[in-house]
Design a protein around this ligand. Structure first.
Ligand code: NDP
Ligand code: AKG
Length: 429
């Protein structure tokens, strides 16, 4: 693994290069982020003191359209991490053929330590600091780890106050009442479910005979766990930041979601109405969850969970990356050698940005879609691109990750070439 997450992420590009014929110039452009903004956000705390939080927004590439990507609130956020996340967004949007480039933002903060009012002041302060860097035709933020529709609502409101106009398409993942799309809040897990279903059919795997472990039980992880268990898969383990639970017979995911909602922690429960009883289970650590002997492992939390350190312990047959960057590039090679299928983040978790695109389209048209229409369109896109990446991986005998980068690189290369020769910084694009 490289010292820098971005250097590690970039190696995936290098592995895909030999399977594409795009210009040297295009490749050179794609090695660097187009623009990076670092800000200091002053926040008046409830006790009257002033705290300054470091924040970032990186626009990696906008050749195919405005930058697009979420905003993360986490104590470990750095410019290097945000750059990597913006790089992945660039390829994700190309893989899904969305008319967007890649961007990402973040604030180094532990949001769990803030009151609701402090959180609102921080969110508005972040938009004050980056307002000139974003916009519905330039760069469009959305939720990521520890941000949510409420925070997106505050951010959009702050953007509107600054611009003195209503700009619903400036931020996606908003509350539905403020112009958010139906289905955005469940889109990441739902898209992952469609990708899993598409590939499990190819591997002739029946849900009832397929065990699953999910690391991370937030917006992405809890939804995919729920959909898999409803489809008959046996979800035997889940975890959050405090650790995990395992039950050989399978867990009742809707009950665990209900419990997590009211208690902010996971517990192996079975609920009838509001009464929840603890069922037989084993308490495990996140490390133990990753090493479980399951068919499908779903990392749905943070980066670098599977590295050279623990890759030898992995026993799953298929890993679906719902988190961004959960596997380091050297661990990737070991998994490939061991015949473990890794289905990459830039495909598996693309449901979120796909429905963000639908939200942006609806905001611009002023015509809103039913949940059914959103999910139908999402399914069509995820299935189509999963099939295409599968074909590329078969054609060149390469991993699904390299195939996804080949697919994205071809689209990005085509767009960069179509724009013609340019060696200047165009601040409008
Ligand atoms: N939200 C979205 O639309 C998208 C998200 N993603 C990616 O999915 C991943 C999860 O994001 P999302 O679900 O939105 O985030 P959330 O904030 O909704 O949930 C994060 C979950 O991860 C858990 N977690 C945090 N740290 C750890 C840790 N060290 N070990 C195990 N679990 C941990 C949290 O635990 P706790 O509840 O205890 O805090 C929580 O359950 C990220 O990689 C994100 O970039 C990708 C595409 C879109
Ligand atoms: O919905 C979006 O625009 C971006 C979601 C995101 O941050 C991601 O896909 O990692």
């Amino acid at each position: 693994m490289h010292d820098s997450l971005f250097a590690d992420a970039s190696t995936r590009l290098e592995r895909a290069m030999k399977y594409v014929s795009i210009s040297e110039d295009a490749l050179e452009y794609l090695k660097y982020p187009k623009a990076s903004l670092s800000v200091s956000i002053p926040v008046r705390m409830d006790n009257g003191s002033l705290k300054i939080f470091p924040g970032y927004r990186v626009r990696y590439d906008d050749t195919r359209g405005p930058g697009k990507g979420g905003i993360r609130y986490h104590p470990n956020v750095t410019l290097d991490e945000v750059t990597s996340l913006a790089f992945w967004m660039t390829f994700k949007c190309a893989v899904l053929n969305l008319p967007f480039g890649g961007a990402k933002g973040g604030v180094a903060v532990n949001p769990k330590s803030l009151s609701k009012l402090e959180l609102e002041r921080l969110s508005r302060g972040y938009i004050d600091a980056i307002a000139d860097f974003i916009g519905p035709d330039v760069d469009i933020p959305a939720p990521d780890v520890y941000t949510n529709p409420t925070i997106m609502g505050w951010m959009m409101d702050q953007y509107n106050i600054i611009r003195r106009s209503l700009n619903p398409a400036a931020i996606t993942g908003k509350p539905v009442t403020l112009g958010g799309s139906l289905g955005r809040n469940t889109a990441t897990g739902t898209g992952a479910f469609f990708a899993i279903e598409t590939l499990m059919q190819k591997f002739d795997r029946l849900p009832a005979e397929t065990t699953v472990a999910v690391q991370g039980f937030g917006n992405a992880g809890s939804v995919v766990a729920d959909l898999l268990s409803k489809a008959g898969y046996k979800v035997v383990a889940v975890s959050d930041s405090k650790g995990g639970i395992y039950a050989k017979q399978g867990l009742d995911i809707p009950s665990i979601r209900q419990y997590k909602e009211s208690n902010r922690s996971i517990q192996a429960v079975y609920c009838e109405g509001t009464v929840c009883n603890i069922v037989e289970h084993v308490v495990i650590t996140n490390e133990e969850l990753l090493a479980l002997d399951v068919d499908i492992l779903i990392p749905a939390a943070l980066e670098n969970q599977i590295t050279q350190e623990n890759v030898k312990d992995i026993k799953a047959k298929y890993i679906f990356e719902v988190a961004n960057g959960p596997i380091s590039s050297d661990a990737d090679l070991v998994l490939e050698e061991r015949g473990i299928y890794v289905i990459p983040d830039i495909l598996v978790n693309a449901g979120g940005v796909t429905v963000s695109y639908f939200e942006w389209v609806q905001n611009r048209n002023g015509l809103y879609w039913s949940l059914n229409e959103v999910n139908q369109r999402l399914k069509q896109k995820i299935v189509e691109e999963t099939e295409r990446i599968w074909e590329i991986s078969q054609e060149f005998a390469i991993s699904m990750r390299t195939a996804a980068y080949v697919h994205g690189l071809n689209r990005l290369g085509e767009a960069l070439s179509a724009k013609g020769t340019r060696d200047y910084y165009n601040s409008q694009h």
